[in-house]
Design a protein around this ligand. Structure first.
Ligand SMILES: *[C@@H]1O[C@H](CO)[C@@H](O)[C@H](O)[C@H]1NC(C)=O
Ligand SMILES: *[C@@H]1O[C@H](CO)[C@@H](O)[C@H](O)[C@H]1NC(C)=O
Ligand SMILES: *[C@@H]1O[C@H](CO)[C@@H](O)[C@H](O)[C@H]1NC(C)=O
Ligand SMILES: *[C@@H]1O[C@H](CO)[C@@H](O)[C@H](O)[C@H]1NC(C)=O
Ligand SMILES: *[C@@H]1O[C@H](CO)[C@@H](O)[C@H](O)[C@H]1NC(C)=O
Length: 472
């Protein structure tokens, strides 16, 4: 009996017994060969399975930036304070001169396979930017899902190389868009609402369910899977931080009449329009960051005109971008989709948009003077976990990673790439692992947020706002 030889069979063939009787040996050898072949196939399958498994293991890890390759993120998330202290002595920073290769092929290699699988709930990430291309590209890759839409508005006065780099992303990736405008931003917030609106306008033709509004250095600390779970719980409610507007922000000389501000929706009938046009805006102060429902964004473009309100805010001094969404959100007459009620405005806003670590000392009477000096000088004399602050907000360092991992918020600020790149590097690893292991959010927490409950309850028949309780 001869067996056709092949690699696989050679490996497993036994020497056959040359002696013995034909009639006995043939069936017995044939039987043995069958058993051996079965064993061989089993063995090869096992080898293949081991190989497949190690391939799976490989994609279980995300590559760290070279500057942060020595950092053991898991130890940091376990709040190993000794290790933190050791690392903090020489914090890795993003190199000031970028050597990153920008051909579309290499860019696509950094983005695909996409870190986040599609889940049929596309989200728009709208970001206004002015610096740190490498940081931005890394954030984009970390948060990337093919179904999402990403738009950028670039500060007109950013260096031309930066403009080119961002436009290059638009060329290389199918779902990245750059708005064609030439606005100048500043840290007082001038033109930032306008820039976000331009950004959103460029992607109105695309399908997305919510828009996340961000600034250059906002870092997302939830996976696409987690964000979509949260937004599905929101179910059309806007995630907008809103509180009372301080008198120095919403000054008396500002126009408040909704008719003059052109904030009465077009689709109202004559009687309703008349009533709306004689009403005043209800001021709300919040942030320029937020998460707007698609219906709210469409409403801004189709039903009302926010330009007069933005214009008069832009003429003011500081934080001029923080009143637009807050005021739309709590002015009942505007009928903003996904809105909130002014009744709960002054209670804790329960905003989950952004985690910041603002130094309370700034507001305390006793330390006020020192704090003001700190604020202006960004003095290192402060009690931030990282020992660094800017404009009375702590700059997050590796010391904050356990807090960032446990946070309910969707993004964090301030995380600066020239201070401690290990923070974004480790966040990226955390998000990668969470995408791999599946989202795990505290649903009850999000379901019970006042604005979410309000949105759910107010659409039910017989809803009575007087009976609605604003809970902390
Ligand atoms: C991510 O997962 C890898 C592989 O399981 C593990 O080695 C690493 O410590 C994890 N990182 C974090 C931050 O949990
Ligand atoms: C306008 O709409 C209101 C509320 O929907 C309704 O009660 C009213 O009859 C309408 N008025 C006119 C003139 O259509
Ligand atoms: C609107 O605000 C102006 C200025 O504060 C005030 O004089 C006026 O009475 C207000 N109108 C209504 C309808 O509340
Ligand atoms: C980390 O450890 C420090 C020092 O023991 C402690 O003050 C801090 O609260 C811990 N942080 C977290 C998030 O557990
Ligand atoms: C706001 O919260 C406080 C508790 O701090 C509560 O007493 C008050 O009733 C709440 N306001 C509203 C309008 O529900």
């Amino acid at each position: 009996m001869r067996i056709q030889s092949s690699d696989f069979e050679n490996e497993c063939m036994l020497k056959s017994n040359p002696r013995g009787f034909r009639q006995w040996i043939i069936p017995s050898v044939a039987g043995s060969i069958l058993v051996l072949m079965a064993l061989c196939i089993f063995y090869l399958e096992l080898q293949l399975e081991i190989e497949r498994k190690s391939a799976r293991e490989e994609i279980r890890f995300v590559k760290q930036r070279p500057e942060a390759a020595h950092v053991d993120c898991a130890r940091l998330y376990l709040n190993d304070t000794e290790y933190m202290k050791e690392l903090a002595k020489t914090r890795p920073a993003l190199p000031s001169v970028s050597t990153i290769v920008l051909s579309c092929e290499t860019i696509r290699n950094r983005f695909f396979p996409a870190r986040n699988p599609d889940i049929n709930f596309p989200v728009l990430h709208a970001r206004i930017v002015f610096q740190d291309y490498e940081f931005l590209e890394e954030q984009l890759a970390t948060n990337y899902a093919s179904e999402n839409v990403y738009c950028f508005s670039i500060d007109f006065k950013a260096p031309s190389i930066f403009h080119e780099q961002i436009h290059n992303l638009e060329r290389c990736l199918p779902n990245v868009f750059v708005s064609r405008d030439d606005l100048e931003f500043d840290s007082a917030g001038h033109n930032q609402n306008e820039a976000h609106l331009n950004c959103m306008k460029t992607v109105l033709h695309r399908n997305w369910e919510y828009a996340i509004l961000m600034q250059n250095h906002d870092v997302i600390i939830k996976t696409h899977g987690e964000i979509t779970e949260i937004l599905k719980i929101y179910g059309g409610a806007n995630e907008i931080d809103v509180g009372q507007c301080p008198d120095h922000r919403c000054i008396e000389s500002l126009e408040m009449n909704l008719g003059k501000l052109k904030l009465c929706p077009k689709s109202l009938n004559a009687t309703e329009t008349k009533k709306c046009e004689s009403s005043n805006i209800t001021w709300g102060k919040g942030a320029m960051q937020g998460m707007l429902s698609r219906a709210a964004v469409d409403y801004i473009f189709d039903e009302i005109d926010v330009v007069p309100l933005m214009k008069q805010m832009n003429d003011m001094g500081y934080g001029v971008d923080e009143q637009l969404y807050g005021s739309l959100q709590v002015t009942t007459e505007i009928r903003f989709p996904g809105a909130f009620h002014v009744k709960c405005r002054d209670n804790d806003s329960q905003s989950i948009t952004r985690l910041t670590n603002t130094r309370p000392a700034f507001y305390g009477m006793k330390k006020r003077l020192r704090s003001v000096v700190n604020w202006i000088t960004n003095s290192p004399d402060n009690d931030c976990p990282s020992g660094r602050q800017r404009h009375a907000s702590c700059i997050f360092g590796i010391e904050d990673l356990p807090t960032l991992a446990a946070a309910k918020q969707v993004m964090a600020n301030k995380i600066l790439p020239n201070f401690d790149i290990a923070v974004t590097s480790c966040l990226s690893e955390l998000l990668f692992n969470r995408t791999r292991d599946g989202p795990n959010i505290d649903r009850r927490f999000y379901e019970n947020i006042n604005k979410v409950r309000y949105h759910r309850d107010s659409s039910k028949p017989g809803f009575n706002i007087d009976e609605f309780k604003c809970e902390l």
